[in-house]
Unconditional design. Structure first.
Lengths: 476, 543
């Protein structure tokens, strides 16, 4: 993007003063190189978001922002229901509550080296991944509703993991206010046999080695030790979330004019939080959050089964579980006043700082683990929420690398088989049902995740704690 | 007498680049000494000799003194007492003023190595100002050595040479020679930038200089500034390794935009015709060779037409092909398409977009070429042969469009996801093709058996929402049934759609499905009928 469009506040903070119909400024957190590389559409989209009714403080874009639907991916915006604030299906995204969780294995990378191949093969065989794959669970109508209401708690109650897991999941594993009745039959139909499946695209399960520690205090509290192995799972609410996104986007497009909302872009479709459509969406979207939490919980269980089989006695403990595509009601201090706001995070991670009441007791004084997934074959990072981050972008940080090249271009530039061999040469095993899918997800098609994390750290959104290197990747 | 390798060969060796030509300087010799050793004299103005065996150039060390305007106004002084340092001192840049003796030892009296390491173009001495060609040479070097920058004092000196009129003494042939070489370098925009920075662009190419600061519509030109666009276009041409005529056409295609009255900005109606006149005048002034001029003229005239190719009537297509002389010179037609592609891609965000117009025009040419021109000519009224051939070509293109070219699908890129596009003679056909494009996001539709039929119905207030609903209905069936579809029959009743999709269950081994589609979106959503009655239906799908 052209830097002349911004007022530079620091080396990682850029402002766009309100113009035209913007109600608030737009703020982008990124260094100069990242912002130069961003698509012009990010500028257009973040300033469009700033025009929406009831928006509070500013429309934000994270260092990994790129061209999304209505909202930029990597966009954050908060709305006040009492001031005509809106909720936007596009502002949450199609893959509702897509997120990452990371589990500690307590094993040393050296210890699993001889077993890596077997682990990769068994994980790939045991965890359904890719187009058309189905899980072991078949949900009848009653179980579907129970899952949509209970989230990860529903899964734990059915033997998938334990109570301790719930402590380490946002919302304690169960999003309140979910209304299964607001979820269409079509959405439920798409989900019937998809619980416990990874999906496709950029979703993965990865074995990773902790290769660098930046913050010993936080790393100790998260029990991260250099040379040890963790498992990260990146996936979302599967077909159910996609269908809810699709249906409510259309409903909001149709309903917006009736609410007097002028849409600069149809994808920005939204409805007042207090309207029937807004309330109905919030109920359905929260159900989809529970679906994603249940899904990651079941996959966690499948992962534990594989480890128990190959490395008996291994305990996989959950470090944390974060969601990227959500709209949540949270208390934030704005101009010295505490307000309850509907915070949209589209491709952004919540990053609560120390002392936040939502954090479990043993993490409360240090801050929330912020898990940043890399692309297949590149580094991932663990960060921690900070005090100062609470006042920037409503306690939000980046979520990943972000694409720099389209799938189209990537599949022309790389060959799946050659890429798998090349990564194997670097000690990274790839298992995937589709070689073309591998080519489309080539590491070179993504931005440098390290630059994104560095910018987030420098901007005070979250602080770097550890860097993870992939050892094996099950790609959906 | 001592011999040294000098100039570019020394520079390129230090940069680790391949060395093509070697120039030698001989110190302490007279022309008679040289001839006595079998060297052949070739220089008219300077004492230059060819080696009897290698035929490489050997020049006697010399000094030059300015005696008038322009690059020919020099007095040359060559004598045995002229030192190597004297000879190097008259050279343009420090990086070009180094020598190597026969033992390989480097002679660098003016800091060439230092400037090479710092990636700086710096003039050797004030003598630089004596030859205005050096302004063009430095600009050309900037296009070749893309990580070098110009020393501020050298830029200031170049500016003073422009201001005092020295630049105006350049003869047209020499300007063209240097600019043509600069266009063939890695990043020609850097040449334009240097010329612009020192003020030479306005003197040598006022019609290009004028483009800077002229706005274009941001929805088609995110870069807005026409000058920036032209720089991106020539750089794209260079990246593709295109020929000099293509690069010159790329440079000049939008000249007309420079004379749009500002009150019409950012629109440039009719700029093509103005470009043609300006390209002709510029080519005349600089004695641009005919192949470069002719291509630049047709590209200036028709670069807009190409981008509307899919909407053109058969007759209009044949007119375009005839105007570009595609029937007689198909290779020129290829160059024409290349230059138009540069125009398309030379905009931020367009590097990766699909450009179906190119293949479409090639196929149209192919269809029109297939007529029996001799037969048509024999049976036509002798006074109207040309028209008869035109009619036959038009019919051939129309027939091709009705059969082969009419139904098609394509993908277009989106940063994180993918665009699907269907084209057909009816709205329903375009919807069918768009569905096929969507299957192709996941797998090759040719590998999906049409075994099982699924009925789909939907309804929407307008055609665009109907397309999204149709694709989303298919996505739901694909996901819920774990199926892929390869055949579609759509019927429409107003904005009510009834369709059958045939396909089979997903088989990971057989289909190697790349990615699951989450939903069809309103991004880049467009459903329209073009002037020739064909329908297009497209949007981005989230994967």
């Amino acid at each position: 993007m052209n830097l002349a469009q911004f007022k530079q506040v620091s080396d990682v903070e850029w402002h766009i003063a309100p113009f035209g119909k913007m109600r608030v400024p737009a703020v982008i957190y990124a260094d100069e190189a990242l912002i130069r590389d961003m698509d012009e559409k990010v500028y257009e989209q973040v300033t469009n978001v700033a025009t929406l009714p009831g928006i509070v403080q500013a429309a934000y874009a994270m260092p990994d922002a790129h061209w999304g639907y209505g909202f930029p991916i990597g966009g954050v915006a908060a709305f006040d229901a009492d001031e005509g604030g809106v909720v936007s299906a596009g502002g949450v995204g199609f893959d509702i509550s897509c997120g990452v969780r990371t589990l500690h294995t307590g094993l040393k990378a050296a210890d699993i080296a001889p077993l890596k191949q077997r682990l990769a093969d068994r994980l790939f065989a045991h965890i359904p991944a890719g187009v058309g794959s189905t899980g072991q669970l078949r949900l009848n109508a009653g179980e579907m509703d129970a899952m949509l209401r209970g989230g990860a708690r529903w899964a734990v109650e059915r033997g998938y993991g334990g109570e301790a897991d719930l402590d380490r999941i946002e919302e304690h594993g169960c999003m309140a206010g979910a209304e299964p009745d607001q979820v269409s039959e079509q959405a439920k139909r798409r989900q019937r046999d998809e619980i416990g499946t990874l999906g496709s695209g950029n979703h993965y399960l990865e074995l990773q080695e902790i290769v660098e520690i930046y913050d010993t205090k936080a790393a100790d509290r998260f029990r991260l030790r250099q040379g040890e192995v963790v498992v990260s799972i990146h996936c979302g609410s599967r077909g159910l979330g996609h269908q809810i996104g699709t249906e409510f986007l259309r409903q909001m497009v149709m309903a917006a004019p009736g609410y007097g909302i002028e849409l600069p872009d149809r994808e920005l479709a939204c409805a007042p939080i207090k309207s029937p459509v807004g309330q109905s969406y919030l109920g359905a979207m929260r159900a989809a959050i529970n679906c994603a939490l249940a899904n990651r919980q079941v996959i966690t269980h499948l992962t534990r089964e594989v480890f128990a089989d190959i490395l008996p006695g291994t305990r996989l403990t959950l470090i944390y579980d974060v969601s990227h595509n959500t709209c949540k009601l949270e208390a934030h201090t704005v101009d010295g006043q505490s307000r309850r706001l509907y915070v949209h995070r589209k491709g952004a991670t919540r990053a609560f700082g120390p002392g936040h009441p939502a954090l479990p007791g043993e993490l409360r004084d240090i801050g929330q683990p912020v898990l940043i997934g890399g692309s297949m074959g590149t580094a991932s990072y663990i960060l921690v929420g900070t005090e100062e981050g609470m006042t920037r972008a409503f306690a939000s940080a980046c979520h990943g690398a972000g694409r720099s090249m389209s799938r189209h271009q990537a599949s022309r530039q790389w060959h799946g088989r050659a890429l798998v061999d090349e990564l194997a040469g670097q000690g990274i095993l790839i298992r995937s049902p589709s070689l073309r899918g591998v080519a489309e997800e080539a590491p070179g098609a993504y931005k440098d995740v390290s630059a994104v994390v560095e910018a987030a750290d420098r901007a005070g959104l979250a602080r770097k704690v550890a860097r993870l290197k992939p050892l094996a990747c099950i790609k959906g | 007498m001592k011999t040294y390798i000098v100039g570019g060969a020394v520079r390129d060796r230090l940069l680790g680049l391949p060395v093509a030509d070697r120039d030698y300087v001989v110190v302490g010799a007279t022309p008679d000494d040289m001839q006595a050793q079998g060297f052949q004299p070739v220089g008219k103005d300077f004492p230059v000799f060819l080696h009897p065996r290698t035929h490489e150039e050997y020049a006697l060390a010399r000094t030059e003194r300015k005696s008038g305007h322009g690059y020919k106004g020099f007095k040359v002084y060559a004598a045995p007492e002229v030192t190597l340092e004297d000879d190097l001192r008259r050279r343009d840049l420090t990086i070009n003023a180094m020598a190597e003796d026969e033992a390989g030892a480097l002679v660098d009296p003016y800091g060439g190595q230092r400037d090479l390491a710092a990636r700086v173009f710096r003039h050797v001495s004030e003598a630089f100002a004596e030859d205005p060609v050096r302004i063009l040479r430095v600009a050309r070097f900037a296009a070749r050595f893309t990580d070098f920058s110009l020393a501020p004092e050298t830029l200031a000196l170049m500016r003073s040479m422009v201001d005092n009129g020295e630049i105006d003494a350049l003869v047209p042939e020499r300007v063209w020679q240097e600019v043509a070489r600069g266009l063939m370098e890695a990043q020609p925009s850097r040449m334009l930038q240097v010329l612009r920075d020192c003020g030479a662009l306005a003197r040598l190419f006022p019609e290009i200089d004028r483009l800077f600061g002229v706005p274009q519509p941001p929805q088609h030109h995110p870069e807005i500034d026409t000058g920036v666009h032209v720089m991106l276009v020539v750089d794209w041409a260079a990246q593709q390794g295109f020929s000099l005529p293509v690069r010159f056409a790329a440079l000049t295609h939008d000249l007309g935009k420079g004379i749009t009255p500002p009150e019409h900005w950012p629109k440039h109606h009719g700029h093509e015709a103005k470009s043609v006149a300006l390209v002709r005048a510029l080519s005349e002034r600089l004695r641009v060779p005919a192949d470069c001029r002719d291509l630049a003229v047709v590209v200036a005239h028709d670069h807009g037409t190409v981008h509307r190719a899919l909407e053109l009537r058969p007759g209009t297509l044949v007119e375009l092909l005839e105007r570009v002389d595609a029937f007689r010179r198909p290779e020129r037609f290829e160059e024409f398409l290349q230059a138009c592609e540069c125009d398309f891609r030379g905009r931020p965000g367009y590097a990766d977009k699909t450009l179906p117009e190119m293949d479409y025009l090639r196929q149209a040419l192919h269809a029109a070429q297939a007529i029996d021109a001799a037969g048509v000519a024999r049976s036509a009224d002798p006074a109207r042969i040309k028209e008869a051939i035109f009619q036959a070509r038009t019919q051939a293109v129309a027939a091709w469009r009705d059969h082969g070219g009419e139904r098609s699908w394509a993908h277009f890129p989106h940063q994180a996801d993918m665009g699907v596009r269907g084209i057909g003679p009816t709205l329903a056909a375009a919807f069918e093709q768009a569905a096929l494009a969507m299957t192709a996001v996941v797998t090759d539709p040719a590998g999906v058996a049409a075994d099982e039929a699924v009925e789909i119905r939907c309804e929407a207030p307008d055609n665009e929402l109907l397309l999204v609903d149709w694709l989303n209905a298919l996505i739901l069936e694909m996901a819920a049934r774990h199926m892929l579809f390869s055949r579609f029959e759509v019927s429409l009743d107003g904005t009510r759609l009834h369709a059958t999709a045939w396909g089979e269950a997903v088989d990971t081994q057989k289909h190697q499905p790349a990615v699951e589609i989450k939903g069809a979106t309103y991004t880049e959503l467009n459903v329209k009928e073009d002037e020739s009655g064909r329908w297009l239906a497209q949007c981005v799908v989230d994967v």
